[in-house]
Ligand binder design. Structure first.
Ligand code: FAD
Length: 292
């Protein structure tokens, strides 16, 4: 089932993101966690892809398991940065063989040792190159892309970032998922600007429940996200008490979701990070709203 055919226009739906194991030794525990999340029957589940190799070989195994054994539609991520045409071509064949139709087409972060490299000879410089290749490989793929309410860190300004986002959509990206954000106004402003720029595809906001203080530093480093005062106060108050921090982080994420839904947004992606308890708690906090 294509993600774009699943998206709800009227009622709230949650999807969850998981990541594949880093080593074969952790495969079983990751599989168990992703299966627990699948049992919550989200609208779909996305499985990330380790840029430059790493965990990439397990992405399809997990995506296939969720789809075939739990009937939950899966979205397999694929990155292209510093990859060869041969590697990406082979991955596309594997995706087809696994019967996966939904692909999140990403550039991936540039590995630190290549940050200053000459990129002119690279087979893939931006995600749009991968989007075009996927569309050529199979018209029927349903392709998603990433977008950044607070501007991608490499972009000079939001205008350029949105211009490139439009190119990605025009090349065949049928829906977008956002980078995490902690202030919903940033999302509302972003939506206004991209709609004005002629980007009309569905945008699924990505919500990251921050459940421990260490996660915050990592999240800011990765996304450059703005931390509203209300959120900073919460971390100051509860950061040193793991249970309280977890409860407060889940409450904050729940509150963000309720506010988004109250403002007309019906499909929300939760960065559940292989934590079934967090996914379950968010879902149960919203049980009457979700009708689950
Ligand atoms: P692009 O769309 O290529 O954009 C990257 C930068 O290049 C932007 O600044 C953009 O404005 C600019 N740009 C785009 N096209 C052009 C052009 N033609 N000319 C000049 N500049 C251009 N990483 C992983 O490794 N694995 C994952 O599974 C993964 N999943 C993610 C899921 C989501 C929802 C998000 C938001 C991010 C994810 N990432 C993942 C991180 C992502 O790979 C990085 O943020 C990466 O730096 C950019 O990827 P992109 O696909 O957005 O790139």
């Amino acid at each position: 089932m294509k993600i774009t055919d699943l998206l709800n226009k009227e009622t709230l739906s949650l999807s969850f993101e998981v990541f594949p194991p880093k080593t074969e030794a952790s495969f079983d525990s990751v599989k168990t966690a992703t299966r627990e999340i699948a049992k919550l029957r989200p609208l779909f589940m996305s499985v990330t892809y380790g840029a430059g190799g790493g965990t990439s070989k397990y992405t399809l195994d997990i995506a296939k398991d969720i789809k075939e054994n739990f009937g939950v539609p899966s979205l397999a991520h694929l990155t292209c940065v510093s990859s060869t045409k041969e590697t990406v071509g082979q991955k596309i064949e594997e995706i087809k063989a696994a019967g996966i139709k939904n692909i999140m087409a990403l550039r991936g972060d540039i590995p630190s040792h290549l940050e200053n490299a000459d990129r002119s000879g690279w087979a893939y410089r931006h995600a749009v190159d991968l989007v075009r290749e996927l569309k050529e490989a199979d018209e029927d793929f349903c392709i998603g892309g990433a977008c950044y309410p607070e501007v991608h860190p490499e972009s000079e300004n939001q205008k350029d970032d949105i211009k490139h986002l439009k190119e990605k959509v025009d090349a065949g990206c049928e829906f977008l998922t956002t980078q995490m954000f902690f202030d919903n106004n940033l999302l509302f402003n972003f939506l206004y600007k991209i709609r004005e720029a002629g980007i009309t595809v569905p945008v699924i906001p990505g919500i990251m429940p921050i459940t421990n203080a260490n996660q915050i530093e990592r999240a800011i480093k990765l996304s450059g996200s703005f931390m509203p005062r209300r959120f900073v106060n919460l971390v100051d108050k509860f950061g040193s008490d793991p249970d309280a921090m977890k409860q407060a982080g889940i409450a904050y994420a729940t509150d963000q979701i309720i506010d988004l839904y109250a403002n007309g947004i019906t499909n929300i992606h939760v960065y559940s990070m292989n934590k079934p308890d967090v996914a379950e708690k968010i879902q149960s906090n919203l049980s009457d709203i979700l009708g689950k």
